[in-house]
Structure formats: structure tokens, C-alpha cells
Design a protein around this ligand. Sequence first.
Ligand code: BT5
Length: 262
Amino acid sequence: MDLNSLQSCLSRLPLGQIAYFDEIDSTNEYALSWAEAGARHLSLVVADEQTAGRGRSGRTWFTPPGAALAFSLVLNQEELGFNQITRITGLGALGVCQVLKKIYGLGSQIKWPNDVLVGGSKLAGVLAEANWGGDELQSMVLGIGINVAQESVLPKSELNFPATSVETALGRPVDRWEMLKELLEAIIGWLPYLDQTEFLQAWEENLAYQKEWVQLISEYSKPVKGRLLGLESDGSLRLELPGGETRFFQVGEVHLRVVDRS
Ligand code: BT5
């Protein structure tokens, strides 16, 4: 891939500027600096390889060359509306689920808040980051990493959750640039409806572990066990605790694991 080919592949989409790198530290890092320097709404950064791809809380995201999709989309605040920023992670994850279904017939689910699972293994991760100018939100960067070929999956010993790739799940090669085009189309298509119930419902329908007992693990508080009920309008997770009380948990530094009731 090169910039010209990427531009022609994506020419029908209403994107801002496009940047392509054979190798970069992190597309989110680049997109955040670009956004700060005034990148237009829907500007896109794509890389074949990331040397310092990141996940949440300084964790790393593995993106070896030729095997994955890694990109970041700049979303300007004026185009978004402040109360929609908590829905951006869901937008990315839902977009991935819908595109896997649409082009490959592949069922997937969202492990709240930011992972996409196929057959219980992680196939994609989403990282939404904010670009603040003082107290004011200027823009959001929506970063998505998808394991396309098996080479993008780290060895088990380096993972804290099982992982897979699109090609492993399908048993055949796929065109990752077609996937990128379809995914951007899905994301851009949802943007005007982000504040609608329809979006929240679609997001909720794709949640993994519905009605199952899960545990939320955080570095800062004791683990909480509960039955997964669904989402609140700001994207918080609704759990029923063992005593029957309902509680909400915001997208913070939490990990979700499925557990036995006992
Ligand atoms: C995520 O974080 O899953 C968000 C990943 C976002 C990556 C994209 S790529 C484009 C953009 N530019 C960036 O720099 N980032 C975004 P989290 O839930 O914190 O998961 C991170 C954990 O997933 C790591 O600690 C590993 O255990 C695991 N992991 C790392 N690489 C993986 C891979 N390729 N496939 C599956 N799991 C992986």
C-alpha cells in the first residue's frame, strides 16, 4: 500500500486529509498531534506497522508489518457534540462487528468496553483518546487495531486474554483494505445518529456475556461481580449485583471477565 493507492481506495468517502506510513510508532499518537495542529474532521492515519502501538493505560498493541489493520480517525468536537464522546469507543467496536458480519458473515461480540471478540478470542481493540485545549475538548481520536492475518496474533505467553485474527476465523485470506473502506463507511454512517437510541441499541445488542455473571477488575478498587444487564445512555455498563441491586460502571480503567456465579 502507498498513499496514492489508499487515497483511490477510499476516494468515495468524505474523509479529511489522509496520511499513510509503512511504519510509525502509533497512529493514535500521530493523529492526536495532527488534531492539535488543526487536522480536518475525519482525517485519517493508517499504518502498515506500529512500533509503539498502544492500548489503554500504557499497554501495548502489537501491529507487525503486512498482517493487520491499524488506523486512527480524527473526529472534531464541533461535529460531535460533547455528550457523545462517551460513545466513541462503542462506535469503533460496533463498526468492527457490523463489518465482519457484512463482508465475511462472521459473528462477533463486544467485550465491554473496547474489545471485539470472535469465538471468545480478541480480534480487535479500540482506543478512543481526547485532544484537550485547556479545559475544552478539541477533538477525539478513534484508533482501531484489527488482527487480519495470524502473524498479527501474539504468542499465548504474551497475552492476558486469548486472541485470534480474521483470517484464522475464516480459514482464508482477506483484503484488509476493503475491510478498512467498509469499516470507515460504517463509522461515518453512524456519526449523525450517535446520540440516538438506535445507536445505543445496536451497540447493546452486540455486547458479549449478556445476562452472564462477569467480574469487573480495576487497579483502584475491589473486583465487582454481577450479572451483565446492558448499557446506560453514556455507555456505562449496567450490572445486577448478587444482592439484586443494579449498579452502573463507567468506562474507566476496568477489565471485564466472565465468571461463575459461585
Ligand atoms: C486495546 O487496549 O485493545 C486497544 C488497542 C487499540 C490499538 C489501535 S491500533 C491503531 C491505534 N493506534 C494505537 O497506538 N492504538 C490504536 P487494551 O484493552 O488495553 O488491550 C491491550 C492488551 O491487548 C495488551 O496488554 C495485550 O495483552 C493485548 N494485545 C496486544 N496486541 C494484541 C493483538 N494484536 N491482538 C490481541 N491482543 C493484543
